[in-house]
Ligand binder design. Structure first.
Ligand code: C5P
Length: 213
């Protein structure tokens, strides 16, 4: 029996497919979705707009009071902003400032899907279903490169691969809430999967976890 209310935690590195999967899970199960990476991206972007230093904890913390409208800025999706997000997200004070908002989203009646890096480990360890979505650096760089080509951005695949590897390194090795597969999280490697196949596999894994509750 699938519970009436449940939280689905989706964690994984950049361009693993976790965002696409999380959105599809939310639509499939009829629950709201929060892309938590956008919150860190908004902080990174706000530091930049303020002329601050993303590596300075004070500047980064000040930027957590970004205006809500910033969350719908298409510029948040850029590689540059992703890099800034990864730098501001190492500060414990920044993570603490964004914690309550994420936990409140997870606590809504009926449940929710959240995707990020620390959903199953920190934000919602009580989640009824947990996925750790991953893919090889080469597969992720290829996807990101194609996405950027479509947007008319001219970047080499090698540069993207190097940037992804650097961001992975920072996300996995930071002291506070590093990216890792939580206990009880199902591993989904999307390197060889089409988006459709990855979504189908994710739904099956979540259904199995929910049915086992
Ligand atoms: O997922 P996305 O690429 O949008 O995330 C941007 C950056 O924000 C990540 O590289 C990571 O450093 C940070 N992040 C995080 N915790 C989350 C979501 C994102 O530290 N829950």
């Amino acid at each position: 029996m699938i519970p009436a209310s449940f939280v689905i935690a989706v964690d994984g590195p950049t361009a693993s497919g976790k965002g696409t999967i999380a959105r599809a899970l939310a639509a499939h199960f009829g629950v709201p979705h929060l892309d938590t990476g956008l919150l860190y991206r908004a902080v990174g972007r706000q530091v930049f707009l303020d002329g601050g230093n993303p590596d300075d904890p004070g500047d980064a913390l000040a930027a957590t009071s970004f205006p809500e409208g910033l969350l719908s800025d298409p510029g948040l999706r850029s590689e540059d902003t992703g890099g800034l997000a990864s730098r501001v997200s190492v500060h414990p004070s920044v993570r603490a400032a964004l914690l309550e908002r994420q936990q409140a989203f997870a606590a809504q009646p009926g449940g929710a899907v959240l995707d990020g890096r620390d959903i199953a480990t920190v934000i919602a360890p009580q989640a009824e279903a947990k996925l750790f979505v991953t893919a090889s650096v080469a597969a992720r760089a290829e996807r990101r490169w194609k996405e950027m080509q479509r947007r008319g951005e001219d970047v080499s695949r090698e540069a993207i691969e190097a940037d992804l590897a650097e961001r992975d390194e920072r996300d996995r090795n930071r002291k506070e809430a590093p990216l890792r597969q939580a206990e009880g999280a199902a591993l989904l490697d999307t390197s060889e999967l089409s988006p459709e196949a990855a979504i189908e596999a994710a739904i099956a894994l979540v259904e199995r976890q929910l049915a086992a509750r």
